[in-house]
Design a binder for this molecule. Structure first.
Ligand code: 6MZ
Length: 342
């Protein structure tokens, strides 16, 4: 396939996004709709690979948080993010966000506004919500957020499917918050944990012992990427699907596109999906992430189609929803066989 056909394929392929933070996913267009100042719009996007700093990336979310300061802005941001994913043929989106309060907006109203945004874009595609705990928050705050998450889950069981641990990995610890994830799991929520975004083999070991349904990033697990043999062996045994975010890892300085840790997943045939993480901050799209996978990982159209198919299986959708999505992907392939002939 020539580059134009490859790009057309990556755009047209029905895609599955499993790792997208709401306040990291605001495009410049959405920031302007929200009335963001032009200098903040520019500052938010650290698309330059020269940036290469995870710590600096976390400062960018403050800009989005300033823009989504009230229920209406949260609602508009949610709707627009969903619409943008839909416009590039994402057929299933798991959006994640951290409950947040501002003057005039409680954490509950915040979550309600996101849910409303999801409900009002139902026609575009299937969207589920994952609520995040931030490892930078105090244990007491995370406990309060968990109470809210469980309350919201009972109110919106078809939308709120999972819980995530995110935030700047240099702060906090999974072990201190583990009991909250155990509670969430008991209440029926699926779990996904940001894991190994910095070198920390001890914490990676604890996360793997918890056996979450999915892992985010997993940059430093394999021994070739400053991880350790034991953790990699454990992951190979458990086969926990990993949410891979190529541009995020490259821009935050953990690796290059040509030498990304996902190569080890490919070599050992371990399950993974391709995701954007923060498409606004990293100025990317899921289409672009698939293009990078073709270019830098040498994956073929059949292999990328298979990644979409496998991601459906890794998703937190129910079995009926998974069957529906799988049949959509099969139908699309049957109608687009020209992309699959050499
Ligand atoms: C860890 C990240 C992240 O929740 O306000 N977040 N956490 N690693 C990453 N890799 C770059 N990218 C985003 O979206 C913004 C929040 O998502 C988490 C951070 O906690 C950030 O404050 P929400 O919608």
């Amino acid at each position: 396939m020539d580059v134009v056909s490859e790009n057309n394929f990556c755009f047209a392929l029905p895609k599955i996004e499993l790792h997208a933070h709401l306040n990291g996913s605001l495009s410049d267009k959405i920031l302007r709709i929200l009335g963001c100042r032009e200098e903040d719009v520019q500052d938010y996007q650290c698309a330059s690979v020269d940036q290469r700093n995870l710590d600096d990336t976390f400062k960018k979310f403050g800009i989005a948080h300033k823009a989504t300061y009230c229920p209406e802005a949260v609602y508009i941001a949610t709707k627009n993010v969903i619409e943008e994913f839909s416009q590039e043929n994402v057929i299933y989106l798991e959006l994640r966000t951290t409950p947040r309060y501002e003057v005039g907006m409680s954490s509950e109203t915040y979550v309600e506004s996101v849910v409303r945004g999801i409900q009002d874009t139902k026609n575009h595609m299937m969207v589920k919500l994952i609520l995040s705990l931030n490892r930078q928050h105090s244990i007491e705050k995370c406990q309060n957020h968990l109470d809210l998450i469980l309350k919201m889950r009972s109110k919106y069981p078809d939308i709120i499917q999972g819980i995530d641990l995110s935030g700047n990995p240099i702060h906090g610890s999974f072990n201190e918050l583990k009991y909250l994830f155990e509670k969430a799991r008991k209440a029926g929520l699926s779990t996904t944990i940001h894991c190994g975004e910095i070198e920390n083999s001890e914490e990676i070991k604890e996360v793997l012992a918890f056996k979450p349904d999915r892992l985010g990033h997993a940059c430093y697990i394999h021994p070739n990427y400053n991880g350790c043999e034991k953790n990699w062996y454990q992951l190979k045994e458990l086969k926990i699907p990993t949410e891979i975010c190529l541009s995020s890892n490259v821009i935050t300085g953990t690796c290059d596109y040509e030498n990304h840790h996902v190569q080890e997943w490919i070599k050992d045939d371990l399950p993974f999906s391709l995701n954007t993480d923060d498409k606004g901050v990293f100025k990317t799209s899921l289409t672009q992430e698939f293009q990078y996978a073709m270019k830098f990982l040498n994956l073929s159209s059949s292999e990328l189609w298979r990644i979409s198919m496998n991601a459906i299986e890794h998703s937190f959708a129910n079995s009926e929803e998974k069957s529906f999505l799988k049949s959509k992907l099969v139908d699309w392939k049957n109608k687009n066989l020209h992309f699959f002939t050499k």
